[in-house]
Design a protein around this ligand. Structure first.
Ligand SMILES: Nc1ncnc2c1ncn2[C@@H]1O[C@H](COP(=O)(O)OP(=O)(O)OP(=O)(O)O)[C@@H](O)[C@H]1O
Ligand SMILES: [Mg+2]
Length: 343
């Protein structure tokens, strides 16, 4: 917008100075004084001219002179009023522009407050639910052990509770790590440790780390990668990107085949992951990279803060690359990542 060309704080200061000057008693008093002095001067001029021409028989000349002085007084006052009106119009324009900017700020602030509230409710829900169930199960088990009639005590049950707790703690830890990363990114404190990294290797490692869940959910993953794709990248951060994309494919892929491709294309490393799951509508595709955004369809898959794609896209961005999505509702989704081989 044209108005945004003037830096906001400068504009606000200008309006503030304007108002301060305009409303100040000193200014009002000075203006009144100028008017009184001017009118007084004209009055004195007329008075002296009457005295001066008192004995003069030529009354026409006297009348003309007095009329002239009155017209001059009128014109000077008009000019003063005119400059005043011009100043007021300029001031009105500045006010209007500031109002638009303030209104924009207000709308942005409201949007931020709304997403903060959404975030707080998601985070508190996501943190509270596993903690509450974990505590409840541990409490029951402790109770069983303390009051054990050995007949009621089951090692198998205890193991289940401990395994479940371990999983919940892992989930909580990854969520807290994600939130720390969000804070690093939004405050611009994320640093890359650049080194020679192979995108194919990283992909295979991430695939391995998902092997258990892939097996459990009966996923088939096909990786298509011919030679190594090496670039100056931060290995750990790229592992995080690919993990987030794998995790989405597994979460929203409905158990259907996942295709992964890693290639060198022009001077870029290219990573593509394609699932055949729930898909994303074209409207939602525009917001999925925003912080805490989840599509209505993802409600079914309760676990998630809506930060995975935000973190992934920001890491790719600071590597100088880009990420795109291509998707059809109920047909599947592809994420395409491009990274420059040399940053
Ligand atoms: N492969 C996919 N298929 C369908 N929808 C997807 C896919 N990947 C992402 N989405 C949609 O984009 C949203 C944002 O994804 P993102 O990874 O940022 O968050 P999330 O998976 O919900 O939670 P988390 O913070 O645990 O990653 C998801 O909630 C989901 O609605
Ligand atoms: Mg995710």
């Amino acid at each position: 917008m044209k108005n945004n060309r003037v830096p906001k704080d400068r504009l606000y200061n200008r309006v503030y100075d304007y108002s301060k000057r305009y409303l100040s008693f000193k200014r009002k008093f000075t203006k009144l004084l100028i008017k009184i002095v001017l009118n007084l001067l004209f009055g004195i001029l007329i008075y002296f001219s009457i005295i001066f021409y008192k004995d003069n028989p030529d009354k026409v000349l006297l009348s003309l002179f007095i009329a002239g002085v009155i017209i001059a007084d009128f014109l000077v006052n008009l000019a003063l009023e005119d400059s005043e009106i011009k100043k007021l119009r300029r001031q009105e324009k500045t006010y209007a522009r500031t109002f638009i900017l303030l209104n924009n700020d207000y709308r942005l602030a409201q949007r931020d407050i709304k997403s903060r509230d959404e975030f707080l409710s998601i985070v508190s829900h996501e943190l509270k639910t596993p903690l509450t169930t974990m505590l409840l199960k541990l409490h029951n088990e402790l109770n069983n052990i303390q009051n054990a009639s050995l007949a009621n005590f089951s090692v198998h049950e205890l193991l289940l509770v401990l395994k479940n707790s371990e999983q919940q703690i892992k989930w909580l830890k990854s969520m807290i790590n994600d939130l720390v990363d969000v804070s690093l990114i939004t405050t611009g404190r994320i640093n890359l440790q650049l080194e020679d990294a192979d995108l194919v290797n990283i992909t295979k490692q991430v695939n391995m780390s998902f092997s258990e869940v892939l097996k459990r959910k009966k996923y088939k993953v096909k990786i298509n990668a011919e030679g190594p794709v090496i670039g100056k990248w931060d290995k750990a951060r790229l592992e995080q990107v690919i993990t987030n994309l794998f995790s989405n494919a597994v979460k929203y892929g409905e158990g259907k085949q996942i295709d992964v491709q890693v290639i060198k294309h022009r001077n870029k490393g290219k990573f593509i992951i394609k699932d055949s799951g729930i898909g994303i509508s074209s409207g939602e595709q525009k917001v999925i990279f925003d912080l805490f955004k989840r599509t209505p369809g993802s409600e079914k898959y309760k676990q998630g803060l809506g930060v995975g794609l935000f973190i992934a896209s920001q890491i790719i961005k600071i590597h100088g690359g880009n990420i795109k999505v291509s998707s059809s509702l109920n047909k599947g989704t592809s994420f395409i990542v491009e990274l420059p081989l040399n940053k």
